[in-house]
Design a protein around this ligand. Structure first.
Ligand code: NAP
Length: 312
């Protein structure tokens, strides 16, 4: 079967594209490799999406988006796309489970957490090192937690972690946070939050479980090793130092800039019939509201492309 639109990724961009495409009566498939929602599925609170109800969680917003997409008849599958052929009039996507054919493709693969890249990080991931507070906070009940980063995510997720951990220390490489002022104000008022300025994590150590963190002061060059409290034996490090676009599959096929997909304002890539939407494309503001807008535009353009190319 040849779909009108195949959307890769079911975050806000992909779900919005699915909503608009299926409402336009296009035969629509959304392919997701893990679970719906992308980054907001692991976000405690989404306060800046227009119309968000107070304290609305990421997962509840995702659930409503999925319900809406299902209502309009878009099909959803879980599969991981391994390779793509995008040049022909009919696009071919090879997944781990199945092969898919489509007249148009919307790439809504989003972005993934950036690792620190220091020794010990890989081995200790899931053993004290985490990239998702909503997923792992409960493991750190009454323990100490270090959060790496100084942006909106680091500070917001750090505050969320104070609901579980006895103390949360934000380790930031400068002496000023990047996070929005309103978020900073809340964090500075939170008695469980502490800040370690001008510092970077250079190594994570532990035998099967995180036991110590090596932190370097970037101004003085001084390095110190922070050990978990003896009674606790372990603690947590949550890394929130930004995101990398999830575009590796399209390298060399679709035009990119620093790993982000280049589109025009109508979400068209350099390949006819292939669109990109959301955090994986070159843009100035990566938020749920801009992702959903991208998805809507991409679906609308896919419909126009199909009628010009296949129905003329
Ligand atoms: P971000 O804004 O890019 O911030 C990344 C932080 O990590 C910065 O403070 C940066 O330091 C630091 N950093 C980067 N590379 C590092 C490294 N190698 N070692 C140590 N520190 C490093 O990323 P984000 O906080 O994940 O946010 C991503 C986007 O989502 C942003 O546009 C953000 O506004 C948005 N967001 C919005 C909300 C909200 O509005 N409520 C919530 C979450 C995310 P420097 O400051 O020194 O560069």
């Amino acid at each position: 079967m040849i779909y009108d639109v195949v959307i890769i990724g079911a975050g806000p961009a992909g779900l919005a594209a699915g909503l608009y495409a299926s409402r336009a009566r296009l035969n629509t498939l959304i392919i997701e490799k893990e679970g719906e929602g992308g980054q907001i599925a692991s976000t405690d609170e989404v306060a800046n999406y227009p119309g968000s109800i107070q304290d609305a969680s990421g997962p509840s917003l995702v659930a409503r988006m999925v319900e809406q997409v299902d209502e309009f008849g878009a099909k959803r599958v879980i599969d991981e796309i391994k390779s793509v052929e995008l040049d022909g009039k009919i696009k071919v996507l090879k997944g781990a489970n199945e092969e898919y054919q489509a007249k148009t493709v919307i790439i809504a693969t989003g972005a993934v957490p950036r690792p620190i890249g220091c020794p010990g990080e890989k081995d200790l991931t899931g053993r004290g090192v985490s990239y998702c507070a909503t997923c792992d906070a409960a493991f750190f009940e009454d323990l100490e937690v270090y959060v790496v980063g100084g942006g909106d995510t680091a500070v917001e997720e750090g505050m969320y972690l104070t609901k579980f951990a006895r103390k949360v220390t934000v380790v930031h490489r400068r002496d000023q946070l990047r996070a929005a002022k309103s978020i900073q104000e809340k964090a500075f008022k939170n008695e469980k939050m502490a800040f370690m300025w001008d510092s970077v994590v250079t190594e994570l150590k532990g035998d099967g479980l995180l036991e110590s963190i090596v932190v370097k002061n970037v101004k003085t060059g001084e390095e110190k090793e922070i050990f978990a409290d003896e009674e606790d034996g372990t603690f947590g490090v949550f890394v929130f130092i930004g995101l990398d676009p999830a575009t590796g599959l399209f390298t060399g096929l679709v035009d990119m800039e620093n790993g982000y997909i280049k589109t025009d304002e109508n979400m068209r890539t350099n390949i006819p019939g292939v669109f990109a939407a959301g955090d994986n494309r070159v843009k100035s503001l990566r938020q749920v509201v801009t992702a959903t807008a991208d998805g809507a535009i991409a679906a609308d353009q896919a419909e126009k492309y199909i009628s010009e190319t296949f129905e003329a």
